[in-house]
Design a protein around this ligand. Structure first.
Ligand code: DWN
Length: 393
């Protein structure tokens, strides 16, 4: 039974940045409600948006935009090369090639339905299929040779039809092959009150328990888990066919499941607690921003993330409060954040004389950003974050 626990109101499509001449046009909105299936414990958004409206030829997000992600992908590639012998590797959701580029062109195949991204790796001569992942594509790619490793980061949580995904993965994976999945962890999301992990593209935020329940239906099994600090706290799941004798199940799986159970991931009241914390977070953030504005200080935003879209629209924050956002992504610059209609400007190093306060939209890259903006912080510039609760840092 699906039980709703959070209502984040009417929201626009998170990555649909507006051009100046479209500011007056009515945007497509959808009701962002979140709930849990009490049988599988799968947390998902209730209303979904057709994939073609989100992942098309204008997807503005580049995985290579952060050093943190590039390093995380590099480290994993080294680990795979060292520990897992493989004929070739298949990546589902290869984005701009941040992971792919760590491998020899002959040893890796990418699948990326956003055509503006697929073209980037194609140009670099990496075999890239500009398609949505499904059974037909899996058959086509692996007709002659199944993949020993399938990797997918921050992608499966974006695909509604989990049955199709896993059927296709089973078609494509060799008998003793390994599936490596990486997505934000529900446990971390709940702990950090990171309600902005929910937006149109994030259909699911997985717990280990929910993922294990889903995988069971496909005779797939998690044999190892790594906790990552990326994207606000993610899990990297190493998965095999249940009947494969290779790769013994490690203690990390039991450990993670116990952590989740201790937190109450299997109890509905945990989610109602989360709802209360989210409501408090909204009040506190608005109060904090208003206090700052009342003292005639200015505020800009840093990192026009999809997550920011949820925060800004749920808390009803607009350009009267945040003057504009800085972002390094070419496709977002000189456009406006959906809903809140706050302008995104090309990133410039922060100048403490110009900006008193900076709202950290990309809170998941806090360490990277703080390193970059050390001199702003040392001179007295201040950041505002809402994670795990609204405060000035
Ligand atoms: O799952 C998803 C994740 C992986 O990426 C997608 N659904 C969409 C997207 O979500 P997001 O926009 O919340 O992701 P990020 O990675 O938190 O976005 C960071 C943004 O901040 C980018 O637009 C780049 C920008 N940025 C910046 O301007 N300066 C990032 C860093 C590190 C910086 O120094």
């Amino acid at each position: 039974m699906y039980k709703k626990f959070l209502n984040l109101g009417l929201q626009p499509l998170a990555n649909s940045y507006l051009q100046k001449n479209n500011l007056k046009k009515k945007e497509k909105n959808f009701k962002l409600e979140i709930g849990i299936d009490m049988q599988t414990l799968l947390v998902s958004i209730k209303n979904t948006v057709p994939k073609q409206k989100m992942f098309n030829d204008k997807y503005p997000y580049n995985s290579s935009a952060s050093k943190t992600m590039k390093k995380s992908f590099f480290d994993l590639a080294q680990k795979i090369k060292k520990n897992y012998k493989h004929n070739y590797l298949l990546e589902i959701g290869s984005n701009d090639g941040a992971f792919l580029k760590n491998f020899n062109k002959k040893n890796i195949v990418g699948v990326e339905p956003c055509k503006n991204l697929a073209v980037i790796t194609k140009k670099l001569k990496y075999k890239t299929y500009p398609n949505y992942w499904n059974c037909n594509l899996a058959r086509k790619i692996t007709k002659l040779n199944k993949a020993d490793i399938i990797y997918s980061a921050n992608t499966l949580s974006h695909i509604k039809n989990l049955n199709e995904i896993f059927k296709a993965i089973k078609l494509a994976l060799s008998d003793d092959g390994i599936l490596i999945l990486e997505d934000p962890s529900l446990l971390e999301c709940l702990k950090k009150v990171a309600y902005d992990q929910f937006y149109c593209e994030h259909i699911y935020v997985f717990s280990t328990i929910a993922l294990r329940n889903i995988l069971k239906k496909f005779s797939l099994e998690i044999f190892h888990i790594e906790n990552l600090s990326t994207h606000g706290g993610s899990n990297r799941y190493y998965i095999k066919r249940s009947q494969s004798k290779k790769n013994k199940v490690k203690s990390s799986v039991k450990k993670e499941i116990l952590k989740e159970l201790n937190f109450g991931i299997n109890k509905f009241r945990t989610y109602k607690d989360f709802e209360n914390k989210v409501k408090k977070s909204k009040k506190k953030l608005l109060n904090l921003l208003k206090q700052i504005k009342n003292k005639n200080f200015n505020i800009i935003g840093y990192g026009a993330t999809a997550k920011s879209c949820t925060v800004l629209n749920y808390c009803k924050i607009d350009s009267k409060i945040i003057d504009y956002f800085y972002d390094t992504t070419k496709d977002k610059i000189n456009k406006y954040l959906p809903g809140s209609k706050i302008l995104v400007k090309k990133y410039q190093k922060l100048n403490y004389k110009k900006y008193n306060y900076v709202f950290l939209g990309a809170w998941n890259f806090k360490s990277e950003i703080f390193k970059k903006e050390k001199s702003y912080i040392n001179k007295g510039g201040r950041f505002i974050t809402h994670i795990p609760y609204p405060k000035i840092i």
